[in-house]
Design a binder for this molecule. Sequence first.
Ligand code: FAD
Length: 388
Amino acid sequence: MDAAVDASTSQFELNEEQRAIQEMAQAFAADRVAPNALDWDRRKHFPADVIRETGPLGLGGIYVRDDVGGSALGRLDAVLIFEALSHADPAFSSFISIHNMVASMIDRFGNEEQRQRFLPKLTSMEWLASYCLTEPSSGSDAAALKTRAVKSGGDYVLNGTKQFISGAGDSDVYAVMVRTGADGPKGISTIVVPKDAPGLSFGANEHKMGWHMQSTRQVIFEDCKVPAENLLSGEGAGFGIAMAGLDGGRLNIAACSLGGAQSALDKALTYAAERKAFGSKINQFQALQFRLADMETELQAARIFLYAAASKLDRKAPDAGKWSAMAKRFVTDTGFNVANDALQLLGGYGYLHDYGIEKLVRDLRVHQILEGTNEIMRVIIARALIGR
Ligand SMILES: Cc1cc2nc3c(=O)[nH]c(=O)nc-3n(C[C@H](O)[C@H](O)[C@H](O)COP(=O)(O)OP(=O)(O)OC[C@H]3O[C@@H](n4cnc5c(N)ncnc54)[C@H](O)[C@@H]3O)c2cc1C
């Protein structure tokens, strides 16, 4: 049995439907993603065609309601999907996660007309979506954002710049957090901006450490006109919408770390069973056996923690936000460390692209930074613990 399957099912009771969802995602990942992941990374190629193939599988709106083509699944189901996809390629999986974050924001906070206008095309993956919160001068302190939207007749006119936007230039739809009111979180709104909006442009693709298969660009608004009916919920609701998106997004990113790290551990186990040094297979050295034992233990602990956090969100538990933050912090740190240890286990070969582990280490590193840095996760956890 595949190690990832065994790891996912043995420690947490999944029902039959969840196992079927997991197997479907694993089969797609093994067939369509894994064989291409290193090539996409090397060429910095955005595989829009393969991403779109996930639409008919129900992965374009995993927790979107089914009247608009969503799969109406839960957060634990989503975690299983992202874990499976990221076993093949965490960067691919993360892009699908961001797309789902936007789709769920429109499903949850959009009116009926907006749901019908955007979601069938997003759930089918005919349109791809990006999430635009960060700005050049505000990342962790997201409520300090400056991009302004001013109402003018039937439009909003947007001016400002978003920074580090995943999929920018490739996506068709952008969920943009803008300032429509006073300073602080209550002055923020969310507007859905289509790619062809006049006054919208994109910066150069950033040269970055990992996540090479998806672009990271600035999104620039210069007197960008967007119909007023693209405002989600009311003016001033945007910060809450952005944070609601991130609660689920953080679990998905953690799942992407888990799947990537499991893949690194699987590769290390195979390698250590074949490589010889000092007359024996290297998996016979107790120092390496102990490292493998620790990697397995830490990954299983991360998995159980993540699944527990996802089921808290599914059950709308009052402390689900704290658990999402704890899981994001713990699982992304553990995932990176396990992948890095796996690289060490391959010696010099771990450092070579063709062995696949250095890519995993590069890809997983950013999960400790985005969707709220792991320091900000600690801020959220501490606030919940000791109150403000
Ligand atoms: C590849 C990539 C893709 C991204 N994709 C997107 C995207 O699609 N959409 C989007 O909106 N954003 C995206 N981001 C942005 C990402 O979410 C931010 O980089 C992140 O939130 C951190 O913001 P910052 O870079 O401005 O760092 P800063 O906020 O300037 O933080 C700098 C350092 O200070 C620490 N720090 C800040 N405040 C505190 C505090 N109160 N206590 C303790 N430590 C603190 C931080 O943890 C960090 O270590 C992406 C980033 C990258 C690298």
